[in-house]
Design a binder for this molecule. Structure first.
Ligand SMILES: O=C(O)CCC(=O)C(=O)O
Ligand SMILES: [Fe+2]
Length: 455
């Protein structure tokens, strides 16, 4: 693919105004255009004036783990709005959009005092080569895929493999053949299906190809996928429940209440809370609304990257091995096959959350093959919700599992491809810790654990 006028995309070039809104803590995310190259930081972004997309939208819903918020209305329309800046500027004629001073430069044909007619091309387009000026934001520039990343044939509603950025590609609306990075597009909950929702649904990205008329994925009878609840020893088999068993999508969520007794829950909770080096990193839209820690086995050096943030690995401490011995027993996994990583979250109270997302990062390969994730909850009771990416008729409900201290939950099969999950905000005062054990299947290129695996 040839390079564009804008050159190859760097993570820092990715427009930061997409998916804006309030974050989970009610703060304003960076407004549109604030980081647009060549544009002053204090320039108000034009989308602030777009009805239904303002930061005061009551329907704000946080999505993806970067902590960003996307209002229901905005989330489905921001894709179109990426390029609305140019159109909006033009439609405001001589005076520019509200909040912008007229352009004294008078660029004939585009905007300012000499405005003649709408300019259909954004800044940066060969037909519109002006630099941004006087508060008129630069329109987003076209992006070529990163070197080594083939263009995606169509929009895919999940995380692209752009290092360190939780982005995917969408075809550029003005440059045929070019693709631009956009944040993972969250699917909207389908419960209230208004006309508006239905209209939006039409714009939604196409679902992946199905295996056959009746199955999204190759059925388990052929792939031989075994669930934890089937592989475990007899003494545990009765304990397993599968609140989600979607054979067509080969996606499952398993559950065992109280794999740890109260005393163990309390002692592990205190140990983990006090000994972890909790971080609250900045994602693409500000600090994430929870604390986190990423632990790995042995010499693995894989960082955990999602939502534009990166968490450095810490080696499994002694208590982790002790905890895994207890928690993984009902899963029937031999110690040699234990998960090699664990993501830990600390929710200090009900205001701390994780938004709709899938654990579909490249490390775990969950979008491409069966993937198992085992989660343990400690401390406050919180709700865990899940929803389908591509619901069919009568499949449109969000499902909910209430997770108490000591409860185990699993996500198995192709769950990360077909489902999203979240822990929503709640009126809870007490803290909760969650551990999710995972198998890193694809180590980062310089990771010694990846190298030794291949030898
Ligand atoms: O806290 C939970 O139960 C879920 C955490 C989670 O989804 C994650 O860490 O990816
Ligand atoms: Fe997750």
């Amino acid at each position: 693919m040839q390079d564009t006028a804008a050159g190859a995309v760097k993570a820092s070039d990715v427009p930061s105004y997409v998916g804006h809104g309030n974050d989970a803590l009610g703060r304003e995310n960076p407004g549109p255009g604030k980081d647009v190259p060549g544009q002053g930081k204090d320039v108000p972004g034009p989308e602030k004036n777009i009805p239904g997309q303002g930061n005061d939208d009551p329907g704000v819903e946080r999505d993806c783990r970067s902590g960003e918020s996307i209002s229901r209305s905005a989330a489905s329309t921001w894709h179109a709005q990426i390029f609305r800046i140019g159109e909006q500027r033009a439609s405001h004629g001589a005076y520019g959009p509200p909040g912008y001073s007229p352009c004294p430069g008078g660029h004939h044909g585009c905007h300012g005092t000499q405005y003649v007619q709408p300019m259909p091309w954004p800044y940066g387009h060969p037909q519109h080569p002006h630099p941004p000026c006087h508060g008129h934001p630069a329109a987003p520039r076209p992006f070529a895929p990163l070197p080594g990343y083939p263009p995606m044939p169509h929009y895919y509603p999940s995380h692209g493999h752009v290092p360190n950025v939780h982005y995917t590609y969408a075809p550029h609306p003005h440059y045929p053949g070019y693709y631009m990075p956009v944040p993972a597009m969250p699917k909207q909950a389908r419960e209230p299906s208004s006309d508006e929702d239905r209209k939006r649904e039409k714009q939604e990205p196409p679902p992946p190809a199905k295996f056959d008329d009746d199955h999204w994925e190759e059925p388990r009878s052929r792939t031989k996928l075994k669930l934890f609840g089937e592989e475990c020893s007899d003494e545990f088999r009765q304990m397993w429940k599968y609140p989600l068993s979607d054979e067509s999508r080969r996606s499952f969520a398993g559950y065992i209440p109280k794999v740890l007794n109260e005393e163990l829950c309390r002692s592990f909770f205190t140990k983990i809370k006090d000994s972890c080096e909790w971080k609250q990193p900045e994602g693409a839209f500000g600090q994430i609304p929870r604390k986190t820690c990423w632990m790995v086995k042995g010499n693995c050096k894989c960082k955990y990257r999602y939502g534009g943030l990166e968490v450095q690995p810490e080696e499994f401490p002694k208590w982790m091995i002790e905890l895994m011995e207890v928690v993984l027993r009902p899963c029937g996994i031999a110690q040699n096959d234990w998960p090699n990583s664990c993501n830990l979250n600390l929710y200090e109270d009900g205001g701390m959350t994780v938004g709709w997302h899938s654990d579909d990062e490249c490390l775990f390969q969950g979008k491409f093959r069966d993937c198992r994730i085992i989660s343990l909850s400690l401390g406050a009771t919180r709700k865990f919700e899940l929803r389908r990416n591509w619901p069919e008729d009568r499949e449109d409900r969000v499902q909910r599992v209430v997770l108490n201290t000591g409860d185990l939950l699993t996500m198995e099969g192709m769950f990360q491809k077909h489902f999203q999950h979240r822990v929503p905000r709640e009126d809870v005062k007490e803290p909760r810790i969650n551990l999710t054990w995972r198998w890193v299947k694809k180590h980062i290129p310089d990771c010694p654990a990846g190298r030794s695996r291949r030898v």
